[in-house]
Design a protein around this ligand. Structure first.
Ligand code: HAM
Length: 419
């Protein structure tokens, strides 16, 4: 008995126009990031589980409940990457990049895996465009990265991206904030917090600040502010980031609740949201992570980075139908098909896109296929044209038609495209 197969929940097949949109995002990212000195790194989808536990943090939602983790045939625990940063850090350390360049700028794109509840813009296999700048403590590195991200989003045509920014402080000032927050949480009615926040109150209290439940937000509206606990160095760093953004006329909103869901961040954190997919859903997020490389056994190298969610970007871009072919060739007998086959290769060699009809279907049916293909030019080779090595070229939009030798088609199409 045969059975049919279906996709795994939260995993998608991607056809045009969405796949076209993804290609466009990746190409745009490559073009913009190249101008800032970024090079492309591709890392494996699978890593040893403890890399993620160590970097993302044992108490985070990602590590606690969202990773696809399993033993390999030798019983070693492996995890499908839930994000790119950890793997990029491992690769950076393993390749000894620190000995080769003072600052490394690495970007990577591809699928990530998190076992979350699927909904629009939230998948179990999703895709990120991820950038990491390693080797600079300067606030200008943070600002440059944010400016590059916003320039990428604007070039893509994302509607009104808005930037939210905060500073998490460093390992010397954040514990003071954490204590103040814990004291505050001890004074509220904890039983009114949502299930997730009740769990986090002791293990990861900062995450309570970015809970999206209105009840939790109301309960914590008077919570202490991170920025008020930043030490002088962290304050100076944050102010310099803001000044650099202001200097480039980039607007931002300080969001005191922005803490991010991964443990490796320090100082600057940021997210980009767009009203079109809901102000609480981030299209991109990132921040500084100065202790991360060292904590993974590497040199004491600072870093700052971000990732964009491509499914979420796709929701903001709408359909992209710019991938229409140039030609569609109808061939109405065997000799015509042989000529059409050769003509199609020549046209592609000259840079045009398109296809021929391989069948012996009627003229009407082949014309229907030509219309469906969306091609601009329909090239018709019937028995009469084939006998003289000619072709009739029809511009589908206007209906204008002209016969010519097959040898002249390339220059004709080039001329028409330039008009
Ligand atoms: P993140 O905030 O966990 O950060 O993810 C970055 C972006 O990935 C989110 O803003 C969102 O657009 C997208 N995203 C996350 N989960 C899903 C999902 N289940 N479905 C669809 N899209 C999703 C990071 O991953 C950090 N590694 C970013 C970073 C790089 N920080 C420094 N360097």
């Amino acid at each position: 008995m045969s059975r049919s197969y279906s996709r795994i929940k939260g995993f998608a097949d991607m056809f045009p126009p969405q796949s076209n949109n993804f290609t466009r995002m990746e190409n745009c990212a490559r073009e913009i990031f190249r101008r800032y000195g970024f090079v492309e790194l591709r890392t494996p989808l699978l890593e040893f589980t403890d890399l993620f536990q160590r970097s993302i943090g044992e108490q985070t939602d990602v590590v606690q409940k969202e990773m696809y983790t399993f033993p390999d045939r030798k019983g070693r625990m492996l995890t499908l990457r839930p994000e790119a940063t950890a793997g990029v850090m491992r690769a950076y350390i393993e390749a000894g990049l620190v000995n080769r360049e003072a600052v490394s700028r690495l970007f990577t794109t591809g699928p990530m895996f998190r076992y979350e509840r699927p909904q629009a813009g939230r998948m179990r296999q999703f895709h990120q465009i991820n950038c990491e700048c390693l080797g600079s403590y300067s606030p200008l590195a943070d600002a440059e990265l944010i400016i590059m991200l916003m320039s990428f989003l604007q070039t893509l045509g994302v509607d009104e991206p808005s930037l939210k920014i905060n500073s998490l402080g460093c390992s010397s000032c954040r514990p003071l904030f954490r204590q103040a927050l814990t004291d505050f949480l001890n004074g509220i009615n904890r039983s009114a917090l949502c299930e997730d926040c009740a769990r986090r109150a002791d293990s990861n209290p900062l995450r309570i600040l970015d809970c999206k439940q209105q009840g939790c937000r109301d309960l914590t509206k008077d919570a202490p502010l991170l920025l008020e606990y930043n030490c002088p160095d962290c304050r100076e760093h944050f102010q310099a980031v803001l000044d650099a953004l202001k200097g480039e006329k980039l607007s931002y909103e300080i969001d005191h609740r922005l803490v991010r869901g991964l443990d490796y961040y320090c100082r600057t954190t940021f997210e980009v949201v767009s009203g079109r997919i809901g102000a609480q859903t981030a299209v991109a997020g990132g921040g500084r992570y100065d202790g991360l490389v060292k904590s993974l056994g590497g040199p004491d190298v600072p870093g700052v980075g971000f990732a964009c969610g491509m499914e979420r970007l796709a929701l903001l871009l709408g359909e992209n139908n710019n991938n229409k072919p140039d030609f569609y060739i109808l061939a109405l007998d065997e000799l015509a098909r042989r000529q059409a086959f050769t003509l199609a290769q020549c046209l592609r060699g000259a840079g045009f896109t398109g296809e021929m009809n391989f069948t012996a279907a009627s003229f009407k049916s082949q014309m229907r296929q030509a219309g469906k293909s969306g091609a601009r030019f329909c090239l018709i080779i019937g028995p009469d044209e084939a006998a003289q090595a000619h072709v009739a070229v029809k511009i589908l939009e206007s209906g204008e038609q002209q016969a010519m030798p097959q040898a002249d088609v390339i220059s004709y199409l080039k001329n028409r495209n330039e008009q």
